[in-house]
Write a protein that binds this ligand. Structure first.
Ligand code: 3PY
Ligand code: MG
Length: 265
């Protein structure tokens, strides 16, 4: 079976860095994968992409050494099965608040006897390799999201669940669950630190969504290992927005600008 190089990094305690794909563009995914990110995660929770599109995006990501993952819309056994069959090498499961919910996610990611994943066809036969079923339980990543203050309080029990490889903090939902309306304060920072420490204690990796490359570096130094650097739409809007504003500022400042059809006196 093709090695899950992102999981390999995480197993050896090294950071694995990537970004969320929110836009259902096959060539966009292929282009991002060509950069060399360790993984790319389709954001099926908040992005607008149907099942067939997801499969096409996994194929596009799979043209490089980047590992395709998906953040699924909800903690559902059938959704996890179909997503993995389509080629995801792991799932990020949103809003996991209890050990039972973590168990459900972990079981859905694994074939019996460890789990309940149904053994069926999929493009893994040729992309991952014919021995996929023998190794999938070890190679597939099951990452649960801790993004509610109730989950922070239970971080150790959630992370202790067998089959859960690590967790990923959603700082935004965490803030809303704390009544902070998306803002971050010292209590928010303490909650994040608490999850990080739970991961250290249990011996599982902790990840977090970052708003900039600088934050990725800072979080890496703090001890986070699964690091998401924004998403495709944010990168596109930042690049195109900055270009537009530079041009617009020059255009407004320029006295040489003429309206078509007018002549200079
Ligand atoms: C959050 O911040 O809530 C997220 O889900 C980030 O991916
Ligand atoms: Mg969230």
């Amino acid at each position: 079976m093709r090695t899950n190089t992102a999981k390999q990094l995480l197993r050896s305690g090294k950071p694995a860095v990537g970004l969320w794909i929110n836009m259902p563009s096959v060539v966009g995914a292929e282009a991002l994968a060509s950069i060399g990110w360790d993984w790319l995660t389709l954001d099926v929770e908040h992005g607008c992409m149907d099942y067939e599109t997801q499969q096409n995006l996994f194929i596009a990501i799979g043209t490089s050494g980047t590992i395709p993952l998906a953040r699924i819309p909800e903690n559902d056994t059938a959704v996890i099965k179909r997503t993995l069959d389509a080629g995801a090498y792991g799932v990020v499961v949103p809003m996991v608040c209890t050990a039972e919910e973590a168990q459900r996610a972990a079981a859905a990611c694994r074939y019996p006897p460890e789990g309940v994943r149904s053994a069926g066809g999929g493009r893994w036969r040729y992309w991952a390799g014919p021995d996929y079923m023998e190794h999938a339980n070890d190679e597939i990543l099951c990452i649960v999201m801790i993004e509610h203050i109730d989950a922070v309080a239970r971080a150790e029990e959630i992370l202790s669940v067998e089959g859960v490889d690590g967790c990923f903090i959603g700082p935004s939902d965490l803030s809303w669950s704390m009544g902070l309306h998306g803002k971050r304060d010292d209590r928010h920072a303490e909650a994040i630190q608490r999850v990080l420490e739970a991961g250290r204690k249990i011996g599982k990796f902790t990840g977090i969504h970052c708003m900039s490359p600088d934050e990725v570096v800072q979080r890496m130094q703090q001890g986070f290992r699964f690091l998401a650097c924004q998403n495709d739409a944010a990168f596109m809007m930042a690049g195109a927005g900055a270009a537009y504003r530079t041009i617009e500022a020059a255009r407004c400042a320029s006295s040489a600008v003429q309206t078509i059809g007018t002549t200079t006196p």
